[in-house]
Design a protein around this ligand. Structure first.
Ligand code: SF4
Length: 242
């Protein structure tokens, strides 16, 4: 048996921790345990999940003090003792383990996170997978929008206008995309006081990203591009070394 200490809250109620005991075998995940609680002990427990196989990121939550996807976190990997489960930080709470992801979308919108095709842009998907241009952004394009990096980022808590790791990571991929026509407008935002200068490089985002992305590296590359742009040099060469 494993004990889960689960954060509970609903509008009009007081925040509290509720303990549940669940049966676990070697492969039981945190999501398995929470679903068992919901089905067999407490149907009022609210949580969000969809794919259950580590693809969608919707089951992101804070387990034993660290952002993790519940469906890929085995109870056995957490060591002995009770397992604490709480919702992501820095998002409005809807109920129990479910947060409102609106700030995630808003922060992406703030950096112009959609491709703005240039008038003579080449057709979609023309960048060869083996090219240096693709290699430069390869580590940054697999974001699944789970929000774990925002939860782990201390600057997101401090500055509500800071776009946060995921949006800056996305902005990096677009600033390196020759088909995009919004580079100038995006630079105006990125170089403002609340964007690139705000990151302190703690790397919490990179530590918790379940996809192995490094928003920290994307931010560093954006800064390198910004400096070269300011002194009239071309963008840095594509590479993975920094
Ligand atoms: S960068 Fe990583 S942690 Fe952040 S939203 Fe994307 S997949 Fe999740």
């Amino acid at each position: 048996m494993v004990r889960l200490n689960v954060f509970r809250w609903a509008p009009g109620e007081a925040e509290r921790i509720r303990a549940y005991e669940v049966e676990a075998v070697a492969d039981t995940t945190v999501l398995d345990a929470l679903v068992a609680v919901q089905r067999e002990q407490d149907p009022t427990l609210a949580l969000r999940y969809a794919c259950r196989v580590g693809m969608c990121g919707s089951c992101a939550m804070v387990v034993n003090g660290r952002e993790r996807w519940a469906c890929r976190t085995r109870l056995a990997s957490l060591g002995p003792g009770p397992v604490s489960v709480r919702p992501l930080y820095h998002f409005p709470l809807l109920r129990d383990l479910v947060v409102d992801m609106t700030p995630f979308v808003e922060r992406h919108a703030a950096v112009g996170a959609a491709l703005a095709p240039a008038a003579q842009a080449e057709p979609y998907v023309v960048i060869p997978s083996a090219s240096a241009e693709r290699a430069e952004i390869d580590d940054a394009i697999e974001c699944i929008g789970c929000g774990m990096c925002l939860s782990a980022c201390t600057m997101v808590a401090h500055d509500r206008r800071f776009p946060g790791p995921a949006a800056l990571n996305r902005a990096f991929t677009l600033q390196r995309d020759r088909r995009d026509a919004a580079h100038g407008a995006r630079w105006a935002m990125l170089l403002g006081d609340d964007a690139l200068p705000r990151c302190h490089g703690q790397g919490n985002c990179t530590d918790v990203c379940p996809m192995g992305l490094s928003p920290t590296r994307s931010i560093i590359r954006l800064r390198q591009m910004a400096v070269r742009r300011m002194v009239g040099l071309a963008a840095p060469q594509a590479g993975r070394g920094q």
